[in-house]
Design a protein around this ligand. Sequence first.
Ligand code: R5P
Length: 301
Amino acid sequence: MADLDNLKVPHDYHLDKPFANNRPFYVKGANALDWGMKKHLANIFNPKSGNTVMFAFDHGYFMGAVSGLERLDLVLPKLMPHIDVLMCTRGALRTCVDPACRKAVALRATSGSSMVQDDLSHEILAVDAEEAVRLNADCLAVQTFIGADGQLSSLQNLEQAVNLGQRYSIPVLGVVAVGKEMERTQKYFKLATRMLAELGANIIKTYYCEGFDEVAAACPVPLVVAGGRKLPEQEALKLCYDSISHGARGVDMGRNIFQSYHAVSMIKAVRKIVHGGLNDQEAYEYYKAEVAKEGGEGAGS
Ligand code: R5P
């Protein structure tokens, strides 16, 4: 086998070269898509920065009323002006989101797991294309479990969503899930993100890791980074900056916004990184100044 090993071409991600097939449409990997698909993607990714701030508040679909999201009807209006994309369930959308808000929608389309189970890796595609059209969804979010028990069925869900999405011009957001037993390494995220893109997802939600530049370079569609568990604000802003500066085209952040006591200041600071070119330190200074302006009243409360 040694001879064969010697024939291997070493990995080269050409990190110095931007994605080559990105003209005339600015969203990575979307050149060959039709007008309707591009319109949805343009609703999601700001045409100026090319990036997006997704606010994830779909946690209730398997976690119930998590801390910070007990009252969607009260939390959402405060954050709404600073959100690009609402990532949520159809239940939350119909009950708690003002249809006049003019925000893009990433519709959570899979379900079937809940916090009381040990294994969360089994879901079904629960939202059909007609329902997505009725809700004017800009993309269908499909959870996938690469390397877990539910891999096959979750990839079937993804493929089915891609088939429906192609028929109705609705992009698919492939969500890379991480479980207790699953790795959070560059190798794993490179595998999972590339697999989902090759299976037809138009956007991938994943996690930040060391070597993220290579993960992003090897994936022919845009990556958005999930926030994960609640961190101190300064660390969450660093996660956001590291993600954007290493190739992510946005964040899909939930707990690090809605569980911040100063949720409005936090999402505004996140925007400054995603769209405004600030680094994490500058954004943290901005966050502190915004908190001071609040005058002690927790905007997240
Ligand atoms: C996870 O599956 C949830 O659906 C969230 O959308 C996702 O985890 C992002 O939220 P957070 O930033 O809280 O991790």
